[in-house]
Design a protein around this ligand. Structure first.
Ligand SMILES: NC(=O)c1ccc[n+]([C@@H]2O[C@H](COP(=O)([O-])OP(=O)(O)OC[C@H]3O[C@@H](n4cnc5c(N)ncnc54)[C@H](O)[C@@H]3O)[C@@H](O)[C@H]2O)c1
Ligand SMILES: [Zn+2]
Length: 371
């Protein structure tokens, strides 16, 4: 097992380990019990993780109090599920000495983190991420939350995990679309922070699509190191952490306009291409980075254009309106994260997200539609 330690200067124990390995699920509970002696464990997972056998592999013969989220996926990421979980914990008479374990993708992780943060005013959470999104992104950084009937991640808080355990074998049961879509966050990390990682992804596309565990371990390590270092520098997203938003500003607008029919990673892939076109329109590009990003995304079978003509898909004006509503907008217009070169974000006057004129964005979006 590889061990990366993340320093979180603000909360709880001050730092937490991220362990990466292949086939580590079996026996992991013994390890967690040793790491948290005299604590009661409570596992939160979802029905697909149970069906795929990962829950059984983790728990073995142990009878650990747990809650299985049903149905699995985003539709259950709400206050009703959160309340049901907290009440289940109470029924088990769990107290402040509880450790919550989240076994699953970003949905499970976001709810488990939130439940841990508010149960008896806060107990530790351990994440065992099982999707490409969760292993690259959501399990690290401490963002938790649930959706409201009106918006995504409407309620939540920062609650950093006490430990993260990544088992690349869990990815073997993930469906193909979810698997590939989540790789967009890996491309994002490489583009914003490591040209070496970008080359690694370029060279290993086939092995990645074959889900070769050695390559997946390496990817997990790159992702964790990159996300951890950004989060360490700016744990509550005051400035530098904004770079993780690369590809996400236009990406979120597309996701929302498609009424969440397009998956997050697909929208981020399109958003990264949009960011590249913005860089070009602003005269910031003197290399072939946009072409390389486009080629890599295509090899990973991720979209690079906005599909037009379909009812579920957005119109340019709708996207512009949605951009004005962006959570991080300043004066009704968002700032954009763009690259200086592959592996480095463009920073102007100490700002990692910069102003881009709406005309440029509109022109880029128009260019990106296809029928
Ligand atoms: N907290 C953060 O920083 C952060 C970052 C990125 C995304 N997120 C959140 O994460 C969520 C998306 O996460 P996701 O993409 O992991 O989706 P998900 O957790 O909804 O999982 C997708 C589907 O795959 C199933 N699944 C998960 N692991 C599996 C496995 N190993 N084998 C078989 N099936 C499996 C799930 O049951 C679900 O049906 C969103 O709610 C998003 O807001 C949070
Ligand atoms: Zn994302």
């Amino acid at each position: 097992m590889n061990k990366i330690t993340v320093q979180v200067p603000m909360q709880q124990a001050g730092s937490y380990p991220i362990m990466i390995g292949t086939g580590i699920l079996y026996g992991l509970l013994d390890h967690i019990e040793k790491q948290f002696p005299k604590k009661s464990l409570f596992i939160i997972t979802d029905e697909k993780l149970v069906q795929a056998g990962h829950f059984k592999l983790l728990t073995g013969d142990k009878n650990i109090p747990h809650y299985v989220i049903t149905p699995a996926g985003e539709q259950s990421k709400n206050m009703t599920t959160l309340t049901a979980i907290l009440e289940t914990m109470e029924k088990y008479r769990l107290g402040r000495d509880t450790v919550v374990i989240g076994l699953g993708g970003g949905t499970v992780g976001d709810i488990a983190g939130f439940a841990a943060a508010v149960f008896k005013r806060g107990v530790p959470v351990v994440h065992i991420p099982t999707t490409t999104v969760a292993q690259a992104d959501s399990s690290i950084g401490g963002k938790t939350g649930v959706d409201s009937s009106m918006s995504k991640n409407a309620y939540g808080c920062f609650w950093h995990p006490a430990a993260v355990f990544i088992d690349t074998v869990t990815l073997s049961t993930l469906d193909d679309v979810q698997y590939r879509t989540g790789l967009a966050e890996s491309v994002k990390h490489a583009a914003i922070a490591s040209s070496e990682y970008f080359v690694f992804l370029e060279k290993n596309c086939d092995a990645i699509l074959r889900r070769e565990t050695a390559v997946l371990e390496k990817i997990a390590e790159y992702n964790c190191r990159i996300k951890a270092s950004v989060v360490e520098e700016d744990p509550t997203e005051k400035n530098k952490r904004r770079i993780l938003n690369y590809g996400h500003t236009i990406g979120h607008a597309i996701e929302s306009a498609s009424d969440y029919k397009l998956l997050h990673g697909q929208c981020v892939a399109i958003g990264m291409i949009a960011a590249g076109k913005i860089e070009k329109a602003m005269g910031l590009v003197h290399d072939d980075r946009l072409e390389r990003i486009e080629k890599l995304l295509t090899k990973l079978e991720l979209p690079t254009k906005i599909e037009g003509g379909l009812r579920a898909h957005p119109a340019v004006s709708q996207l512009m309106d949605l951009l004005a509503l962006d959570k991080k907008a300043v004066g009704k217009w968002p700032r954009f994260v763009v690259l200086e070169k592959l592996g480095t974000v463009y920073c102007r006057e100490s700002q990692w997200a910069i102003e881009v004129k709406p005309e440029i964005v509109k022109q880029v979006i128009e260019e990106m539609f296809y029928d």
